[in-house]
Design a protein. Structure first.
Lengths: 217, 908
C-alpha cells in the first residue's frame, strides 16, 4: 500500500501563490478558502534577516487530531494516508478546526462569491456545491485525481493527471508528491539526500508535508 | 456537482499578460463555461519551464466572467472631462461606435495626418512591454495602413522599465534586456533585479533549478524582495548608489587582481581594449584607412585593429603618428603623439574607485564589496570552455543583473556600462554561463537577434543611431516625445517612440520648453490595455492632461481611470474569447530561452460575453470605414499581424480587395506559420486542436559571441568613443537650434563614465523647488508584484486574494525599528508625502528593509476601476515628479522619490 506525502523545498519556493490559485481552481473553493497557500515569513532583525516562503495546508497526519475530535466520523484516514472529509456526514461542529495544529481546516457559513454584490459568476455557478456550506473543508491531496489516475494505471507524483493540482502548477518544482513508502519515489529520494523537517513534529501528529531546508546546516 | 456536467473540454491557448510570457495552458470548459486553468502538459517537453503557467493566468476565468466588464460599446454624453466629471456613458451599437471613430479619423485624413506642429494627429498608447500585441489581432495592420501615428504618450515606459539596459544593451550586445545564462550559471550579483517576481515562469523555474544545483546569487538592494528571499545573501545598499558598488568591483579586478587572472585574450581580441586613445579623447586612427590603431607587440608598431596576425598590446602608452577624429568637423593630424590603450585608460579611470571609497557611499562595508568582486572573478572559470552543438566556446558562469530602478534614470548608464564591462573583464559576455542579451527591439529583424548583427564602424556592430551630424539630424520632433531628436540611442524602429522620453510628451503639454513646437493634443488618441492615469509618474498631472484630449477611443475591459476620459468605449473580446496566432520560442525577455521556436494560438475558449467583438473584426471594420481596407489587407499579407503570408515556397495571401472574416485571416496566418517553419501547412482547425506548433531552435543561437567572431567584430567596450562623439554632436545640434534645456542630459555622454552624486540629484531637486531635503528623509521605492505586474488584472478577485499572501500588498512597508522610533505601530495609518503630493495608507512593518527606505509594491491608488478602487492601498506613482532634472540622457527616470512619513491614526 502506498503512503502519500508531499515535499516542499523551501530553497526553491518563491511564494508566487500559483499553487494556491491552482488549488482554488481544481477544487472550486470559494474566495478566501485556500486549502493550499504560501506563508511569507521573516526571521531575524535588520540587517540580519531571512525571508522564506512556506507552503502550508493539511498535513494528512499519521495520527491526525482532527479525526479524534470529529464526533460524526466525517473525517477519516484512509489506508494510503489521505485524511478525507465527507461533507454529507459532517455536522459542522468545527471541533476539527480547533483540533488541527496546522490551521489547515476551515468552514464557511454562507456561500461566498468573488464579486459578492453581483452573486455567483458563471464559473462559480457551474461548480457551486451546496454541500460545502456549513461544514469543515480542507486539502484532500486532490484525492479524486489520485484515485482516477490510479484507476487508469497512472502514477501520482509522476503523471500530472494523477497528481495534486498544486504540485502540477508549481513553477519552481518546489512541491513534490509521491509515495513515502516507495524508496525510489521522488519524495523518498529527496528526503534521503536533503535535510528536512516537519512542522510541529513535537506534537506527535506525524505530519506528511516534509520541508527541505539545508541552510545553516 | 460534477454529476450535472454533460460536456467537458480542455482547450489549449496562451497567456501573455506579462512581458515574461507567453505561457501555454489549457482551460477546462464545462458545458460551455470556463472553470479551470491548468498547464498545457503537452508542452512540458518543449517549454523551458516544463510548460508551467504563471499565477496571473489563473485569474483569466474570473477575468472572463467579471460582472464589471463593459459588454457593449458606449459613448460619452458629458462633454466635460475630468476626474470629478461623470462621463455619462450610454450604450450604443457597434455601428454607431465605429462610425463615431471613423468620422474622427476621416476628419484627420482630410486635414492631413500631421498637425501644424508636425506631430501626428492620431496617437496611440498600448500597455507594458509589447504585451498588447498578443491580444490586438490585426490592429497593427490597421496602424500600418494608416500612416504616421504618435506612440509618444507613455504609460510607464522609462520609469517602470529597465530603460538604460534597453538602449545601451542593444548597442553593446543586442540585449534589449539582459539575463544570466541561468542553466549554466553559478554566480549572479543582482542589483535589485526582482527575478522571482518579474521574470515569469521561465525565470522562476530556471533560477530554482540553479539554486538546486548550488548556484549562488547575491542580492544587492535596499529592501529584501521576493528575489532577495530566494538568494544566498542580501546586501542592503543605500538607494541610488549601485554604480559606486559596481565601480568598486571593477577596481578590485583591475587593481587588486592580476591581469593574467582576467580574460586578457578576450579583452585583446574581442573588445576595443587595445584601441589607442589620443589626447583629445578619441581613437587614434590610421591616417589613410581611418581605422583605429592598436599597438602590435610583434612588430612593435601601431597598426589598424584588424590587421591579420597581430598581437595587440592591452596595456601601455605608445608614440604614434595618427589621425584623431572628433565630433562634426573636428580632427587632428598627429605626427608624433602618445596613444594610450583603452584598457590603460580604464585602469587609471577606476584607480580611485576603491571599495573603501564605495563603502561610504553605499553604506556597505568595503570588505563585503571586495568579497563580492573576488567571488565574481573566482567563479568565472577564466580559461574554461564548453562545447555547444559542436562549437567550443568560453565557459564563464558568472553574471550581473540590474533591477528596474538601478537601470533607468541617472546612474543607469554607469550601472549598465560597469556590469557589461565586468562581464568583459572575465570574458563572460554572450558566452555559455555568462551574461546574455535576450532579444532586440531597436535593431532589426526582431525574430532572431543574431540576424541583426552587421559590421559597422571601427570593428563594432552597426547600430541604427538617430543621426547627429548636421545633414541627417532630425531637427524637429517627429513625435511629441522627440525620441529621434533628443535620444540618438533610441533609434527609429517601431518600438522606438515608446522607448523615447515618453514622459516629456505629457510634461511638455503643461510646460513647453523653449524652441519646441507647440505641444498640441492629438486629434484622436487610441488606448488599449494600459492605464497611464495610474501607471505613470505624477499621475494626477497625467490625468488632468489627458482630460484635455479632444477625442479618446479606448478599448475597454472595465471602467478605469484612463477610459474615464474616453469619448468612445469599445469592448473587445478578452483573453479567453479572442483569436490570434503568435510566435513563441527562440530567445526573448525576460528569461525565455527555448530549444524550440514556432507558434501558439489563442482561441475562443468560450463564447464572447455580451456584445464584445474580436479585435481582428474591429480592426477590419476600422480599415473598411476609413477606406484603408486594401492597404490593411496588404499589411496583413506582409506580416503586420505577425506572420508574412507569402514566403519562398508558399503563398497564403489574402485578396486585398475584399473584407475577410476573422477566421479566414487567422487560417491564412496558421498555414503560413506552419509553412514558414518548414512543415506541412496546418490550418486553423489544426491549431485549435493542438494549440501550438514548434520546430527546433539551435542552442548555439542563445549566444552572440560566435556571430561576432564569425564576422570579425568586437564588443564596443570599455571606451565609449562613439557615444562621446554622438553626445558632442547632439549638443552642437541642439545649441544651434537654441535648445539648452537638454544640457544636463548631454553630460551623460562620457567615454568612461564617472561617479556622480546620484543620490544628491534628488536633494537638489527638492532645494530647487524650495524644500529642505531633511524634510523628506526617506527613499520611497516600489517593487514588482508577480501577481499583478503588467497584468491589467487589478479587478480580478482571485489575484487580490493571492497577492495578499505576500507582505506589503496592502500598505507601505517600513523598517520596524525606524517605525518604533517614530511611534508608528504595525497597521497604523500613515501619510507619505513627496514635494508634489501625499497619500495615506496602512503601514506594514518588516525587518527586511533599510531604515531610510519605504516601499510601496505594485501600482494601485485606483479611484475608478471597479473592485480595485476599494483596495485602500497607496501608490508611489502619484508622488513621483515628472521632472527634467530627474531625466537622464536616454529619456528615463529612476522609479524612486524622496518622501516623509508620519502617523495620522490607528489601524484603518
Amino acid at each position: 500500500m502506498s503512503r502519500w506525502g508531499m515535499v516542499a523545498d523551501l530553497r526553491r519556493c518563491v511564494g508566487c501563490q500559483t499553487c494556491s490559485s491552482a488549488c482554488r481552481h481544481a477544487n472550486a473553493t470559494p474566495p478566501g478558502v485556500m486549502w493550499r497557500r504560501v506563508v511569507d515569513m521573516e526571521a531575524g532583525d535588520y540587517p540580519d534577516v531571512r525571508r522564506a516562503f512556506v507552503p502550508v495546508g493539511c498535513n494528512h497526519c499519521d495520527d491526525p487530531p482532527c479525526t479524534k475530535a470529529c464526533p460524526s466520523t466525517a473525517t477519516k484516514k484512509r489506508a494510503d494516508g489521505i485524511v478525507t472529509q465527507d461533507y454529507d456526514v459532517c455536522i459542522g461542529c468545527g471541533y476539527c478546526i480547533l483540533a488541527c495544529p496546522y490551521q489547515a481546516r476551515g468552514k464557511i457559513a454562507e456561500p461566498v462569491a468573488a464579486y459578492a454584490e453581483h452573486g455567483r459568476i458563471a464559473s462559480e455557478e457551474a461548480r457551486f456545491d451546496p454541500r460545502t456550506i456549513g461544514v469543515a473543508q480542507k486539502c484532500t491531496f486532490c484525492v479524486d485525481r489520485i484515485d482516477e489516475g490510479l484507476a487508469q494505471g497512472l502514477t501520482p507524483g509522476v503523471d500530472p493527471e494523477a497528481s495534486p493540482a498544486c504540485v502540477n502548477a508549481c513553477l519552481a518544482r518546489a512541491l513534490t508528491f509521491g509515495d513515502l513508502d516507495d524508496p525510489v519515489s521522488t519524495v523518498s529520494v529527496l528526503l534521503a539526500r536533503t535535510p528536512s523537517f516537519r512542522m510541529h513534529e513535537d506534537l506527535g501528529t506525524g505530519p506528511n508535508i516534509h520541508y527541505l531546508w539545508d541552510h545553516g546546516t | 456537482m460534477g454529476d450535472r456536467v454533460t460536456n467537458v473540454r480542455r482547450v489549449p491557448t496562451y497567456c501573455y499578460q506579462c512581458v515574461a510570457g507567453p505561457d501555454l495552458l489549457t482551460v477546462k470548459v464545462e458545458d460551455g463555461v470556463a472553470t479551470e486553468v491548468e498547464p498545457n502538459f503537452k508542452a512540458a517537453d518543449i517549454h523551458p519551464a516544463e510548460g508551467k503557467v504563471c499565477v496571473k493566468a489563473f485569474g483569466l476565468v474570473q477575468k472572463t466572467y467579471n460582472p464589471h466588464r463593459i459588454l457593449t460599446p458606449m459613448k460619452r454624453t458629458n462633454p466635460k472631462k475630468g476626474k470629478g466629471e461623470d462621463p455619462g456613458f450610454v450604450p450604443v451599437s457597434w455601428d454607431e461606435a465605429l462610425d463615431l471613430i471613423a468620422a474622427k479619423l476621416m476628419e484627420v485624413r482630410a486635414k492631413g495626418l500631421l498637425d501644424d506642429s508636425g506631430f501626428p494627429r492620431v496617437a496611440a498608447s498600448f500597455g507594458g512591454g509589447g504585451t498588447p500585441m498578443s491580444y490586438m489581432g490585426t490592429l497593427p495592420a490597421f496602424l500600418a495602413s494608416w500612416g504616421p501615428i504618435d506612440f509618444s504618450y507613455g504609460s510607464g515606459q522609462g520609469v517602470k522599465c529597465t530603460h538604460s539596459e534597453h538602449l545601451y544593451g542593444e548597442l553593446w550586445h543586442r540585449a534589449f534586456t539582459v539575463c544570466p545564462d541561468t542553466p549554466n550559471n553559478r554566480y549572479v550579483v543582482s542589483f535589485g533585479a526582482n527575478t522571482e517576481a518579474a521574470a515569469g515562469v521561465c525565470g522562476v523555474y530556471r533560477h530554482a533549478e540553479a539554486r538546486g544545483r548550488g548556484a549562488k546569487r547575491v542580492q544587492v538592494e535596499p529592501h529584501l524582495s521576493v528575489t532577495g528571499a530566494c538568494s544566498a545573501e542580501w546586501i542592503p545598499i543605500k538607494p541610488q548608489t549601485d554604480a559606486a558598488f559596481l565601480f568598486a568591483m571593477i577596481h578590485v579586478l583591475l587593481h587588486e587582481r592580476r591581469l593574467d587572472e582576467l580574460d586578457a585574450p578576450f579583452l585583446a581580441n574581442h573588445t576595443s581594449s587595445p584601441y589607442l586613445v589620443g589626447p583629445n579623447g578619441f581613437f587614434l586612427r590610421d591616417p589613410h584607412s581611418r581605422k583605429p590603431l592598436v599597438w602590435d607587440t610583434g612588430q612593435d608598431k601601431a597598426v589598424a585593429f584588424d590587421t591579420p596576425g597581430i598581437a595587440p598590446a592591452l596595456e601601455g602608452r605608445f608614440r604614434v603618428a595618427a589621425l584623431e577624429v572628433g565630433a562634426d568637423d573636428d580632427h587632428w593630424s598627429h605626427a608624433d603623439v602618445v596613444g594610450v590603450t583603452s584598457h590603460t585608460m580604464l585602469v587609471e579611470h577606476v584607480r580611485s574607485y576603491t571599495p573603501d571609497w564605495a563603502a561610504g557611499l553605499c553604506d556597505v562595508p568595503a570588505a563585503k564589496i571586495r568579497k563580492v568582486a573576488n567571488e565574481f572573478l573566482d567563479h568565472a572559470c577564466v580559461g574554461d570552455t564548453m562545447e555547444v552543438e559542436g562549437r567550443t566556446l568560453p565557459f564563464r558562469p558568472v553574471s550581473i543583473s540590474l533591477g528596474k530602478s538601478v537601470n533607468n534614470g541617472w546612474g543607469g548608464y554607469e550601472c549598465c556600462w560597469a556590469r557589461t564591462l565586468l562581464a568583459c573583464l572575465v570574458g563572460g559576455l554572450e558566452v555559455p554561463g555568462g551574461m546574455l542579451g535576450t532579444t532586440v527591439r531597436l535593431n532589426r529583424p526582431a525574430t532572431n537577434r543574431l540576424d541583426s548583427v552587421r559590421p559597422g564602424e571601427d570593428g563594432f556592430m552597426a547600430f541604427p543611431w538617430n543621426e547627429t551630424d548636421r545633414e541627417k539630424w532630425t531637427s524637429r520632433p517627429t513625435g511629441r516625445n522627440g525620441h529621434r531628436m533628443l535620444v540618438p540611442l533610441a533609434a527609429n524602429s517601431p518600438w522606438s517612440q515608446a522607448l523615447g522620453p515618453t514622459h516629456l510628451a505629457w510634461a511638455f503639454m503643461r510646460d513647453k520648453p523653449e524652441h519646441w513646437p507647440e505641444a498640441t493634443a492629438p486629434d484622436v488618441w487610441i488606448v488599449y490595455r494600459t492605464n497611464p492615469a495610474i501607471s505613470f509618474w505624477d499621475t494626477a498631472a497625467v490625468t488632468d492632461t489627458m482630460a484635455r484630449f479632444p477625442f479618446v477611443a479606448c478599448f475597454a475591459y472595465t471602467m478605469d481611470e484612463t477610459n474615464h476620459m474616453a469619448d468612445v468605449l469599445l469592448p473587445d473580446c478578452t483573453d479567453l474569447e479572442g483569436l490570434q496566432l503568435i510566435r513563441i520560442g527562440g530567445t526573448k525577455f525576460v528569461e525565455q530561452f527555448w530549444d524550440h521556436q514556432g507558434f501558439a494560438l489563442r482561441q475562443p475558449v468560450v463564447e464572447p460575453k455580451g456584445e464584445t467583438r474580436d479585435f481582428t473584426w474591429i480592426s477590419t471594420q476600422l480599415a473598411k470605414r476609413t477606406g484603408l481596407l486594401e492597404k490593411y489587407n496588404a499589411a496583413i499579407n506582409r506580416g503586420a499581424a505577425g506572420i508574412g503570408l507569402v514566403g519562398k515556397a508558399f503563398d497564403f495571401s489574402l485578396d486585398v480587395t475584399r473584407e475577410h472574416s476573422v477566421e479566414e485571416i487567422w487560417d491564412a496566418n496558421c498555414r503560413a506559420a506552419s509553412a514558414e517553419i518548414g512543415g506541412e501547412p496546418r490550418d486553423l482547425g489544426w491549431f485549435k486542436e493542438n494549440g501550438f506548433l514548434v520546430t527546433s531552435f539551435p542552442r548555439l543561437d542563445w549566444y552572440l559571441f560566435p556571430t561576432l567572431v564569425d564576422q570579425g567584430l568586437r564588443f564596443e567596450l570599455p571606451y565609449q568613443e562613439r557615444l562621446a562623439r554622438v553626445g558632442t554632436q547632439l549638443g552642437n545640434r541642439l545649441h544651434e537650434s537654441g535648445i539648452d534645456w537638454w544640457d544636463t542630459q548631454l553630460a551623460e555622454y562620457q567615454a568612461l563614465p564617472k561617479w556622480k552624486d546620484f543620490p544628491g540629484i534628488w536633494e537638489k531637486v527638492l532645494v530647487k523647488h524650495g524644500h529642505r531635503p531633511e524634510d523628506f528623509p526617506f527613499w520611497l521605492l516600489t517593487s514588482r508584484s508577480m501577481q499583478y505586474s503588467w497584468g491589467g488584472n487589478v479587478g480580478v478577485q482571485i489575484i487580490r486574494e493571492m497577492a495578499e499572501n505576500i507582505a506589503g500588498h496592502n500598505g507601505v512597508i517600513m523598517n520596524a525599528a525606524t517605525a518604533r522610533g517614530m511611534g508608528i505601530a504595525d497597521g497604523d495609518t500613515v501619510e507619505v508625502a513627496s514635494h508634489i503630493n501625499k497619500v495615506q495608507g496602512r503601514v506594514v512593518l518588516r525587518q527586511g528593509i533599510r531604515p531610510d527606505t519605504l516601499l510601496m509594491i505594485g501600482q494601485f491608488g485606483h479611484w475608478k476601476t471597479p473592485f480595485a478602487k476599494d483596495f485602500d492601498t497607496p501608490s508611489m506613482n502619484s508622488l513621483t515628479p515628472m521632472d527634467l532634472d530627474l531625466t537622464d540622457a536616454t529619456g528615463s527616470g529612476a522609479d524612486v522619490v524622496r518622501v516623509s512619513i508620519r502617523r495620522v491614526g490607528g489601524p484603518r
